[in-house]
Design a protein around this ligand. Structure first.
Ligand code: UT7
Length: 332
């Protein structure tokens, strides 16, 4: 029997309207457009404003448009996996809220938490449901409302993160397209460098934890930077080597958008020129689980059937990994 692979049939993204510029950040913290641009590559990011607006709002917008664009009846969806670090609530899963919002009444759904590697972990997981032959339509969404866990008095983190997300529809194929290979890794020893101190079961919320600002992202930026550069580059080189892919075989590198300098270092290590690197960090910043689907959405019109894409990410945990994807359709 021919091997079943999971192929991406469509991609949609969503970013909120509000634009938080570097200039506005200079009124909140001691920073400058010049520092942010040269150290990160970020010019602006999107922020979801309004009462009772969680990550599910971003994700549901992306999924609704995806279903419309691909002509998919929500009732046909078998499974929805939501990669997020900023769930609407500790429970139920944000995936449950998204399936309800889009009318995917026959789908089961759950969340996957792998910080900035969330989307590639979820893509790999979702593709394996398809490969079993039991599931025909799987939606994988990566979305985060990072502004909900950012301290806008901390200049080392508030300049980096933004809100947004995107979703893909996976279907089976027996052709040589789709998710071809993945390497996923994690190391919990990285927790000390990047985490949220309180609000979980270890340190539930108290007046004291709130006063201490322990419900915000804590990041030791330069330590994380070093691990990110090494690990993202290593795993991308590894997936190319084990699949005998050379730099000239790769149409696009789709890197997690955390810092332009990390992206450049990964591309250099792979021998890939900047013209083949998807980049949107300047306009969205780091949207955690949202960065990779937002890149695919932005660059969809440039993608061709048969293009080899390497998706690569690094994030809190630590988590990191790489996916080799063979794009399955020509965009209009
Ligand atoms: O996506 C999940 C994983 N996260 C990442 O991959 C993020 C990885 N880390 C980074 O992207 C970078 O480390 C940052 C962008 C967070 C920081 O850049 P850096 O080049 O590593 O700066 P640094 O932390 O080494 O700080 C250098 C200087 C310090 O001042 P002194 O001690 O040299 O006087 C900081 O206080 O820059 C200062 N600084 C700032 N100055 C102006 C830190 N943040 C700012 C700021 N504006 N926003």
């Amino acid at each position: 029997m021919d091997k079943i692979r999971a192929v991406i049939k469509g991609i949609c993204g969503y970013v909120p309207d509000y634009i938080l510029t570097n200039e506005e950040l200079t009124s909140l913290v001691e920073t400058s457009d010049e520092w942010i641009t040269t150290r990160t590559g970020i010019k602006e990011r999107r922020i979801l404003k309004g009462e009772d607006q969680g990550t599910s709002v971003i994700a549901a917008e992306a999924v609704k448009e995806l279903l419309e664009k691909t002509g998919t009846d929500p009732l046909e969806i078998d499974l929805l996996i939501c990669a997020t670090t900023t769930p609407d609530m500790p429970f139920p899963a944000t995936g449950n809220l998204i399936t309800d919002a889009v009318g995917a009444k026959n789908a089961f759904s759950y969340d996957l938490q792998a910080a900035c590697s969330g989307f590639i972990f979820a893509l790999s997981t979702g593709s394996q449901f398809i490969e079993t032959g039991k599931y025909n339509k799987v939606v994988v969404v990566g979305a985060d409302k990072m502004s909900s866990i950012i301290d806008y008095k901390d200049r080392t983190t508030c300049i980096i993160f933004g809100d947004g997300g995107g979703a893909v529809l996976l279907e089976p194929t027996t052709e040589e397209f789709g998710v071809m290979d993945s390497i996923l890794k994690s190391d919990g020893a990285g927790v000390c460098h990047l985490h949220m101190k309180a609000g979980g079961s270890r340190r539930p919320a108290t007046h004291q934890t709130i006063e201490n600002g322990e419900h915000f992202v804590y990041q030791e930026g330069s330590a994380v930077f070093k691990f990110a550069v090494t690990n993202m580059a290593d795993v991308s080189a590894e997936i190319m080597a084990r699949n005998k892919l050379k730099a000239e075989d790769i149409a696009w590198l789709v890197p997690h958008q955390a810092n332009k300098r990390i992206i450049d270092a990964t591309a250099n290590r792979m021998g890939i020129g900047s013209e083949k690197v998807m980049l949107n960090i300047h306009k969205y910043g780091n949207t955690t689980s949202g960065t990779i689907p937002l890149c695919l959405w932005d660059y969809e019109s440039k993608l061709h059937k048969g293009d080899n894409l390497i998706l690569a990410a690094f994030g809190g945990g630590f988590t990191w990994g790489s996916v080799w994807l063979k794009w399955a359709y020509d965009s209009a």
